[in-house]
Design a protein around this ligand. Structure first.
Ligand code: PGA
Length: 257
């Protein structure tokens, strides 16, 4: 039975009371979920401390949506890995496609962030994905291999087992996204596992590889049933707790230990 990683990034959609109500409801659902399903939520920065407190004695991991790579200094508006560590954050999401496209984050910056996160005991969740044009030009594999290689460059070997990867094709994400078919997801995940093996050995191919992009109640099972899919990174379909709860309970039945 595989260990699953299932989580959601709230993006910039939930205020304080909404984040609290959601988390409280998730805490009671989490109590009924098998231990082989690792749950995580990624709220907005201002609410992390509050959400961390609410999830303190639960199996729910809490992540941040971004961070800077320096520990401290004159970097107005940025949040450091040390600060996230100080408030007990488990995961930091790095390189989401919105960070890459709207805020012009590069693979090289993401690489610095990955190394900085690991120094502070945070688990980096590195998001990679090709855009529509890259897919149409037949260079998805090359683009993804490059993203992986740069983002993971120079990461200490003994820390590689703390890295999580999310494959999220840009053309499948959000309101205007087209859900990918599961054969394509499986084909790309197999390729990514192979690439990770070739560059890093077993520790690479053992990295949890999540899938994200228009995952919802009616298609999640098709994705998670693919051998090389180790988890799901869900946006819109998880923002309403009943919808996320349904997905979690169904997964729980499918993946009973
Ligand atoms: P979506 O978002 O599930 O709403 O497509 C996924 C993501 O942005 O990670």
């Amino acid at each position: 039975m595989k260990t699953l990683y299932i989580g959601t990034n709230f993006k910039m959609t939930k205020g304080l009371s909404d984040s609290i109500a959601y988390t409280k409801a998730l805490v009671s659902i989490a109590n009924e979920i098998n231990k082989n399903i690792n749950l995580f939520i990624i709220p907005s920065f201002p609410f992390l401390t509050e959400i961390r407190k609410l999830t303190a004695n639960t199996a729910i991991n809490v992540g941040a949506q971004n961070m800077y790579f320096e520990d401290s200094g004159a970097f107005t508006g940025e949040v450091s890995p040390k600060m996230l560590e100080e408030i007990g954050i488990d995961i930091v999401e790095l390189g989401h496609s919105e960070r890459r496209t709207l805020f012009k984050e590069t693979n090289y910056e993401i690489n610095k962030k990955v190394k900085a996160a690991l120094k502070c005991n945070l688990r980096p969740l590195i998001c990679i994905g090709e855009n529509k044009q890259e897919k149409d030009f037949g260079i998805a594999k090359e683009v993804l291999a490059q993203q992986l290689k740069i983002c993971l460059n120079g990461v200490p070997r003994n820390k590689l087992n703390r890295v999580l990867i999310a494959y999220e094709p840009v053309w499948a994400i959000g309101e205007n996204g087209t859900p990918a078919n599961e054969e394509y997801v499986s084909f790309i995940h197999d390729f990514l596992k192979e690439e990770l093996y070739l560059t890093l050995g077993h520790v690479g191919s053992n990295m949890p590889l999540l899938y994200g992009g228009s995952v919802n109640q009616s298609n999640f099972e098709k994705y998670i049933n693919q051998k090389s899919v180790d988890g799901l990174f869900i946006g819109r379909a998880a923002w309403e707790i009943n919808s996320f709860g349904t997905i979690l309970k169904e997964l729980n039945n499918l993946y009973k230990v």
